[in-house]
Design a protein around this ligand. Structure first.
Ligand SMILES: *[C@@H]1O[C@H](CO)[C@@H](O)[C@H](O)[C@H]1NC(C)=O
Ligand SMILES: *[C@@H]1O[C@H](CO)[C@@H](O)[C@H](O)[C@H]1NC(C)=O
Length: 237
């Protein structure tokens, strides 16, 4: 989603009125079926600032009919992204609704698909890593990403298949609203999503996460030596 408001000429989206300073954000989604190459469907948190933006992204990268979607996630801090991970899903996200969730607290950011953690981004600012510090809105969108989204931009949108429809339902937020992006985060451990139980994965979640990483992870910036000869500080060492 980065910089979409600058160059994303074809698309549409929605945003919450409120900014949140931490929370657990749920959305059920069904993404466009048939030939969706070049179409990007998202659910994300963002400030929507042109510069210095913080953002947590789910991005569904469409594909030619019969080929699987890639689900990309990214964490952008102060406008600095380049933290892509990609997974293949173990189901067809076009045929039924599934739940996509973002947990965000002072300790960790966890992306869930149904109840499987698919990505954990821990707060490692103590060892020099970046971590979001700015309140964000909840957003969703569908847009033309044919320049990059499918097979590195080789597969373009086939407009014969338009309109491309993404469906969203069951939106649920347990979050701490924060008046605007200048106000502070919500780090109190009295908020349940900040409490001890949500500061790291449970044993069950840990094993689901290991299973996803082993079987469905297709790209991880942390192990992309050509981009990062020295892995960024938030990566496991
Ligand atoms: C990240 O963790 C540090 C402690 O290691 C804490 O001081 C800081 O407030 C946390 N950052 C956020 C944005 O919650
Ligand atoms: C788009 O899809 C239609 C219908 O399958 C097909 O006939 C056409 O060749 C496709 N166009 C391109 C540019 O691939």
């Amino acid at each position: 989603m980065r910089f979409c408001y600058v160059w994303c000429t074809e698309g549409s989206g929605f945003a919450s009125k409120s900014y949140y300073g931490s929370g657990f954000f749920h959305m059920e989604m069904k993404v466009p079926g048939r030939d969706s190459a070049g179409v990007v469907t998202t659910f994300y948190m963002s400030q929507g600032k042109a510069q210095g933006n913080d953002e947590l992204d789910f991005e569904f990268l469409g594909n030619r009919e019969g080929k699987p979607y890639t689900l990309q996630t990214n964490v952008i801090v102060q406008g600095h992204g380049d933290r892509e991970q990609k997974i293949q899903l173990w189901f067809d996200p076009t045929s039924s609704f599934h739940t996509y969730k973002i947990l965000w607290n002072p300790y960790q950011i966890v992306f869930f698909v149904d109840n499987h953690p698919i990505r954990v981004f821990q707060n490692r600012t103590n060892i020099g890593a970046q971590y979001p510090t700015q309140p964000m809105k909840v957003m969703g969108s569908i847009w033309n990403g044919e320049d990059w989204a499918t097979d590195g931009g080789k597969e373009k949108i086939n407009w014969t298949y338009a309109p491309f429809k993404a469906q969203y339902q069951g939106f649920d937020v347990d979050g701490c609203t924060s008046g605007n992006f200048k106000t502070q985060l919500c780090s109190s451990s009295d908020l349940w999503w900040n409490s001890a139980q949500y500061q790291s994965l449970s044993a069950t979640e840990e094993s689901l996460y290991e299973y996803v990483k082993k079987n469905y992870l297709t790209y991880d910036y942390c192990s992309d030596k050509s981009r990062f000869p020295i892995p960024p500080p938030e990566c496991p060492h």
